[in-house]
Design a protein around this ligand. Sequence first.
Ligand code: ZN
Length: 395
Amino acid sequence: MSSLTSITCPSCKTQGMSAFYAAKSVPINSCLMFSTQKEAVNFPRGNVTLGFCKNCGFISNIAFEPSKIDYATLAPEEQGFSATFNTYAHQLANHLIDTYNLHGKHISEIGCGRGDFLALLCELGDNYGVGIDPSTVSGGVQSKAIDRMTFIKDYYSEQYAQYLGDFICCRHTLEHISPTAEFINIIKRSIGNKNTPVFIEVPDVSRILQEVAFWDIYYEHCSYFNLRSLAQLFRFCNFEVTKLEKGYFDQYLLIEAKPVDQKSQKTFEGEESIDKTAKMVSLFSERYEQKLKYWKNELNRIKIEKKRAIVWGSGSKCVAFMTTLEIKDEVQYIVDINPHRHGKFIPGVGKQIVSPEFLKDYKPQTIIIMNPIYQNEIRKMVEGMGISAEYLPCT
Ligand SMILES: [Zn+2]
């Protein structure tokens, strides 16, 4: 780890961070797809240098250049195609509706994407929703509650404070924001003297560190939290944390908080000590080299044995995995169940996305699974086509 004394932590404002991971020339957005291979390969790139704050445990890409990404020009992300994910979203929506008695209420979602989750909250609780997101599109989501939903295509700022209703939800957005404390302070100021509850969901960096999941580090994710650094950020910005837990197979962090006048000291079981996080960070650096070697060897074996190999899952994980390993001819196709992605090319290595149906003719011999959560779903589908293959889950 190298010390970066001049860098100030964006979450707790303490000076000095330590750099422990670097990836050069990664696509600046990893969930986009392109119509031609040329566009995909030529897509702009940026650098990742992860810095660790020894005061609050926060991890940030200190090489991040916010001006490189304009979400207003991007298509909103979609995730609602897997049965596993849909079940999770339903359970979460029901939990929030029950906890905050969200019936006939006004709900706002900052960073709503297409508005799938907001629609769920509005449908299940007969609520009214406002979704604010630079990449949102009116009518992007089909919902029975669409008449009760409004979309604002912009980055959230205090000028939209009037739209924050009885409940504020912000899922998978904070990790895209570099000035984390500024953002949470904007929400705090927007709430004013009301006591509107806030729910935020972000990926858990602990799992990335533990599993040395370098495929979960991407340019557009500039901010990485564990339970402690997320809770610290809220306490730092005058919120009291009311619930703090992991969800979705321990991949996500879920925080519920309410604004308070005085700094809250309330902490939760499970919040990692700084020592523990520092140890995980240095262990990650050590084991990263070994992991890289393991995958390079596997890819080399695939090449020597002339196996027809595919990667299952065309999202950000796949782009980071393929870019970091500089995969060229070892893998020819990426499979995705999302029909909107079929025929398109992923940024960086520029491989084409195909449907599961495509495999009937292609008959892959090796299947690299980006998210092992879906391994059973995938195996069932592949075996159902009469294909026997070896499976290499990314763990
Ligand atoms: Zn910090």
